[in-house]
Design a protein around this ligand. Structure first.
Ligand code: IPE
Ligand code: MG
Length: 228
């Protein structure tokens, strides 16, 4: 979700106003996902690199997140959407961790729809965390390094209980992944749009889905093989 700051700048508003409107866009996207049968949506809400932003902005983002979780708890329960956190979330402020655990627990039983929030997330950090866990398991004699395959490796990623994404949407005209789900997105279709995140509405969501539907996913095979 990119472009909150530019959305605000263009209007002569403080960046935090852009983030506020970005939170509204999150609610719209969540609704659009469910209405269009998208069962899992992962939102890159805060990266490990985002700590480097000015303290005021980081504090404001955490406050917005706290309020979002507080507000959305009833909504998630009502719409039977499970919350999952993806990232090193123990390093987030304590009150946020508590709220996240609370919302996760309150929605844990839902199986049809999932909202995954990437918080304090970075793909490289995730790979290092996985490598460390695997090395420790190997040292303890619980796994045999010679037999390690990707499926086992992926069991140590934060996304271990989530399927790989089919579609990755990057807003605001940037054409990069910025350390987001680098392994999981290996075969994802990527959709770049110039639309700034606060302007990303249901119509934009549908445009992305239509674009995705027209793609041919070959997973390394030839087009002829897939037709056969
Ligand atoms: C939202 O947009 C990203 C986060 C919530 C951290 P940005 O804050 O990156 O917006 P731009 O890139 O300055 O426009
Ligand atoms: Mg940005």
């Amino acid at each position: 979700m990119d472009g909150n700051g530019r959305w605000a700048n263009e209007r002569g508003l403080p960046r935090i106003e852009g983030h506020r409107r970005g939170a509204d866009a999150v609610k719209r996207a969540l609704k659009a996902a469910q209405e269009n049968g998208v069962k899992i949506i992962t939102l890159y809400a805060f990266s490990v690199e985002n700590w480097n932003r000015p303290k005021d902005e980081v504090d404001a983002l955490m406050q917005l997140l706290d309020r979002f979780l507080q507000e959305q708890l009833t909504e998630l329960v009502k719409r039977k959407i499970r919350l999952r956190v993806v990232g090193r979330y123990q390093e987030l402020p304590e009150h946020i961790c508590e709220r996240l655990s609370h919302v996760e627990a309150a929605t844990a039983e839902f199986t049809d729809y999932t909202l995954a929030l990437a918080l304090n997330y970075g793909a490289r950090t995730e790979v290092v965390d996985a490598a460390r866990a695997i090395a420790q398991a190997a040292q303890a004699g619980k796994i045999n390094p010679d037999e390690l395959n990707y499926e086992q490796f992926a069991q140590h990623l934060y996304t271990k209980d989530l399927p790989d994404p089919d579609l990755v949407i990057r807003t605001s005209g940037e054409a990069r992944l910025s350390n987001f789900l680098l392994l999981q997105a290996a075969y994802a279709e990527i959709y770049f749009t110039p639309v700034l995140w606060p302007d990303f509405d249901e119509k934009q969501f549908k445009l992305a889905l239509t674009d995705y539907a027209a793609r041919e996913r070959r997973y390394g095979q030839t087009a002829e093989q897939l037709q056969g």
